[in-house]
Design a protein around this ligand. Structure first.
Ligand code: BMA
Length: 372
């Protein structure tokens, strides 16, 4: 049995530690109407304070290891009997006005699934593998180390960049539930920036340029009315809090201190994974406690899950040491047989995943209705 969570809304309204512009609804907090972003932040705070962690999966209901495009399916649901509490979606492609994202997920289907996830009490998060606004090459083309500089200094590039952000902002601001109310979501832009594999990476721009990228993104999103966002900052693995915060855009611009740390090398890689989680999620936790923010394990996973007990013996002990409100594993590609991060019926980590689901510390979609 998992412990039910008492609605902590009123208590949390006065005590919730998360603040800043992302939940800039101090005025609404004084009225009866709590903004969607504020409401989401209170729910994440409730989960974290209760010592629980929500499980999340990228692109969960739109394709799986052996299927694509079906309705009502999910590898997680078919394995553990429940949808994930958090679904991650990628906006990559929206900045070009494309109908589908870079992994062929149609944005209208995505919208419908976001609404469905919200209706079942779950949470939606967005990552964004955007093309660059200089020549439109994808996120991973990082040989040109002038992209962010050009966004700042070249008026034509700056205008293209603003248009890219506007397209994403309109999609997010337009996510509404059946009653027409905006759905609170998490946005995690310019992620893994401590690495050097995206055009916004550590070798591709200076700390000041990176901060500008972030604050300008935020400014445009606000201008477009995308106020239903909690902003997640998510460095890749770092050695300490100084590196974690080196490119931090500022307390006004961030709500969630995240960490993206993957497990490589199966059994042999366990120690180094745990050490990297400790360093990075530890830094996120320290920064969050100093700044009054939320903490999340924003991206992780072991590709192909070739360890039968990974969920219960590696991931759960690793994440349980920290007040992370959620942990997200990456996608189950239908067109790359070895590229999956959640199990499916018959996958070797299935039993461990079921135990992970049943563990009192984890939260999947069904239990989300107890979390206000
Ligand atoms: C990567 C891989 C790619 C995918 C990209 C964006 O980690 O999964 O196949 O296109 O993320 O989702």
């Amino acid at each position: 049995m998992k412990y039910p969570i008492i609605a902590m809304t009123l208590l949390a309204l006065s005590a919730a530690s998360c603040g800043g512009r992302g939940v800039a609804s101090d005025s609404s907090a004084q009225t009866d109407t709590v903004s969607p972003a504020r409401q989401l932040s209170l729910r994440l705070d409730s989960v974290s304070r209760a010592g629980l962690v929500m499980f999340g999966h990228d692109d969960d209901p739109v394709y799986g290891h052996t299927w694509v495009g079906d309705s009502g399916r999910s590898d997680v649901l078919e394995t553990a009997g429940d949808y994930p509490a958090v679904m991650n979606w990628d906006l990559g492609g929206i900045e070009k006005g494309d109908a589908s994202n870079l992994d062929s997920v149609n944005f209208e289907r995505m919208r419908a699934e976001v609404i469905a996830q919200d209706a079942r009490g779950g949470v939606n998060a967005f990552s964004w593998h955007a093309v660059n606004p200089v020549d439109g090459q994808d996120s991973w083309q990082c040989a040109d180390t002038t992209i962010v500089a050009q966004i700042i200094d070249n008026p034509e590039v700056a205008e293209r960049f603003r248009n890219q952000i506007r397209l994403a902002a309109r999609f997010i601001a337009g996510l509404t539930d059946a009653s027409g109310k905006k759905i609170g979501v998490i946005l995690r832009p310019w992620h893994e920036h401590t690495g050097a594999w995206f055009w916004w990476g550590s070798k591709q721009c200076t700390p000041d340029q990176y901060r500008h990228l972030w604050t300008e993104t935020r400014r445009i999103m606000d201008e477009e009315g995308a106020d239903n966002i909690l902003w997640a900052y998510s460095p890749d693995r770092v050695k300490d809090i100084d590196e974690y915060l080196e490119r931090y855009p500022g307390d006004e611009y961030v709500d969630i201190m995240g960490a993206d740390v993957y497990h490589y090398g199966a059994e042999k890689g366990v120690d180094s994974y745990l050490a990297a989680v400790d360093a990075t999620l530890g830094a996120a936790t320290q920064a969050a406690s100093e700044k009054g923010k939320l903490v999340a394990f924003t991206e992780t996973g072991l590709e192909g899950i070739p360890m039968a007990d990974w969920w219960t013996e590696v991931l759960l002990p690793a994440v349980s040491k920290y007040p992370a409100a959620y942990v997200v594993v990456w996608r189950n590609a239908h067109d790359k047989p070895g590229h999956f991060y959640a199990p499916w019926p018959g996958q070797e980590s299935e039993a461990s995943f079921k135990k992970f689901h049943d563990d009192p510390r984890t939260v999947f979609a069904r239990e989300m209705n107890t979390i206000r």
